[in-house]
Ligand binder design. Structure first.
Ligand SMILES: [Zn+2]
Length: 269
């Protein structure tokens, strides 16, 4: 699998119409449109499959093949409509990275059409990822919201919670956004204290993952339980409990950093 190389200055272009072999990363609302391959594997459709007209965002290349991102309302019969969250388990990691970049840039551009200072329409500069106001020269860069996700371990147990936003009975890890002015470590201690009532120590970094819902960067950590009784806050968390590896509830699907943290903890990664 060739690496995806992000464009340093993504631009809106109609060039996709001249690139029959390009990858077209298409979205319809929160869903991504994918070409079904053998087994559970999926890939991006070719441009001729697309029903969009006009410009698409050139977001990068794989080898010399351009990758375009666009939104469409018309869904070709040949493509599957898949929630982007689920695509993490269906796409190769490099493709999911490209899809995340596509989704975040499309969302950011939709939210940043005008200058926040003077109200003029923003323009694309050459050789820069920013959008720029031609009137006052203010630069706007894509916004990423860092969030922490933490696997809290106590002996041979892990703390898992059912968040109100989770589907079904899935139990996941404690997570939350880093607030303005906070360090990542402060955010971890605050989120865990607020949502579960326990304190932790020995925080260790694990890995990170782009999480384009709509613009997060998930920073994954392990932490050791220190003190306190685990009680769900009742606001975000409905249930909360300590589980051993051989007695886990339903956990987040493959492809998510939550699942990677849990699998790595139980020695399956
Ligand atoms: Zn301006």
């Amino acid at each position: 699998m060739a690496d995806f190389i992000p464009a340093s200055a993504p631009v809106l272009t109609a060039d996709w119409q001249q690139c029959p072999n390009a990858h077209m990363i298409l979205f319809c609302g929160k869903d991504i449109l994918l070409q079904k391959g053998p087994g559970d594997c999926c890939s991006f459709p070719a441009p001729e499959t697309a029903t969009l007209s006009g410009e698409a965002l050139l977001i990068g290349h794989r080898e010399n093949t351009p990758c375009f991102a666009a939104e469409t309302e018309e869904i070709p019969d040949s493509l599957d409509v898949i929630p982007l969250r689920s695509a993490a388990a269906l796409l190769p990691e490099e493709d999911f990275f490209a899809a995340c970049r596509a989704k975040e840039l499309l969302h950011w551009r939709k939210q940043h059409q005008f200058c926040g200072h003077c109200g003029n329409p923003l323009a694309e500069p050459e050789n820069d990822a920013a959008l720029v106001c031609p009137a006052c020269n203010e630069h706007y860069y894509p916004q990423i919201a860092p969030a922490v996700i933490v696997a809290i371990v106590r002996g041979d147990q892990i703390l898992l919670a059912h968040n109100k936003r989770f589907q079904g009975k899935i139990h996941g890890l404690i997570a939350g956004f880093v607030e303005a002015g906070e360090s990542v470590e402060q955010a971890i201690h605050r989120e865990i204290r607020e949502e579960t009532g326990v304190t932790v120590k020995n925080i260790r970094y694990f890995s990170s993952q782009c999480w384009p819902f709509p613009n997060s960067l998930m920073l994954g950590y392990y932490a050791e339980y220190e003190s306190g009784e685990a009680v769900p806050d009742g606001e975000e968390l409905e249930t909360l409990g300590w589980f051993t590896a051989d007695n886990l509830p339903e956990i987040p699907p493959h492809g998510s950093i939550a699942r990677k943290l849990i699998d790595h903890w139980r020695g399956e990664a």
